[in-house]
Design a binder for this molecule. Sequence first.
Ligand SMILES: Cc1cc2nc3c(=O)[nH]c(=O)nc-3n(C[C@H](O)[C@H](O)[C@H](O)COP(=O)(O)OP(=O)(O)OC[C@H]3O[C@@H](n4cnc5c(N)ncnc54)[C@H](O)[C@@H]3O)c2cc1C
Length: 383
Amino acid sequence: MGRSYDVVVIGAGVFGAWTALRLEERGARVLLVDAYGPASSRSSSGGETRIIRAGYGADEIYTRWAMESLAAWQEFFRQTNQPLFFPAGVLWIARADHPRAKTTLETLKRAGVAHEWLTRSQIQQRWPQMRLESDEDGIFEPQSGGIAARRAVQAVVAEFERRGGTYRQARVEPPNEDAIWLDEIALGDGARVSAEQYVFACGAWMGKLFPRAIGARIFATRQEAFFFGAPAGDARFSMPLLPIWYRLDDEFYGFPDIEGRGVKIASDRHGPAHDPDGAERMATLEALGAARAALARILPDLAHAPMVESRVCQYENTPSGDFLIDRHPSLRNVWMVGGGSGHGFKHGPAMGRYVTRLVMESAEPEPRFGLAALGEMSQRKIR
Ligand SMILES: Cc1cc2nc3c(=O)[nH]c(=O)nc-3n(C[C@H](O)[C@H](O)[C@H](O)COP(=O)(O)OP(=O)(O)OC[C@H]3O[C@@H](n4cnc5c(N)ncnc54)[C@H](O)[C@@H]3O)c2cc1C
């Protein structure tokens, strides 16, 4: 029986979108399917902005993927003539003896990433609106920045379609995990589609699609982001006068005001469990209070700024924070791709290139991305 497609990619978040585009560029006949639409409000990729930075402590593989991806994002935005990268620079705020600061510095140096070590007084000279503790310093990545996440993913899907790929909105039913080969997938409307290979890049839904292979080992946590309005006419909190920052001690990160949405701040700590389909996405007063306190601590002049927007999203976490990229243990033509764990967005282009190689060349994935490495009890170490 002839197959309709070479590959069906399920999930049009950042991982699925880039995988579909890269497969299409390699000449495969590709169908991309998503239940709610590319980078919808329910997906992890649907936010206003995401950080792209290279600092990853000692985990050089992610530094290298981030470098590759930054270049690819910029090239894609140039080619498609869309200014969706915001060159704000990224400032890591850390105490000099913080182990992650030391290893990040070493890795950035080794990988040739542009960076500066800045003392507290240098930081406060450059960005006088920021207040640091007396023992905090920072690592600045001048070439890193932010990406307009939702629009960027939608642009990748549009490019995929422009090149001849097919996109369809439909819910894919969970496959039979007892089989050894997936002949076809069933869509919610009763249609069936067949392909040689399938890539499931379903974010927080991976455990729902593969309860046996994955189950709760990819778990969704509720993450709340807030946007605060600067005083009228005050440009100190907008790009280019304020960088993106990540503070290692309280694990809050923030963005300058971009496109008038307000100064964004959010906690990188895991929130409570979250249902990506049914959850009401109303921010809580508790998270708002914590965000306001973190904002007042770093940008004291915004201590009384009004909250002008909020977003509720989910991280799709693996226990360690490493990605999951592996074949299904029994369905030999099924690939499972996800586990972005709060840091995946930036890596979309490198993920697309990596998965395309696995699918087109039958290559084997790194053991650290394998199902076997998804230990139930391991600690979050990548962020
Ligand atoms: C608040 C927040 C801040 C973040 N900040 C950053 C950051 O600064 N930098 C960074 O690099 N990363 C960041 N991340 C992480 C990053 O956004 C995610 O890791 C990444 O977007 C995950 O992409 P994905 O394609 O795996 O999943 P998703 O974007 O969730 O896409 C999965 C898609 O699969 C579809 N789907 C699911 N089930 C089915 C089905 N049965 N049939 C059809 N379709 C289905 C869904 O509709 C969805 O569109 C952040 C995440 C959040 C929530």
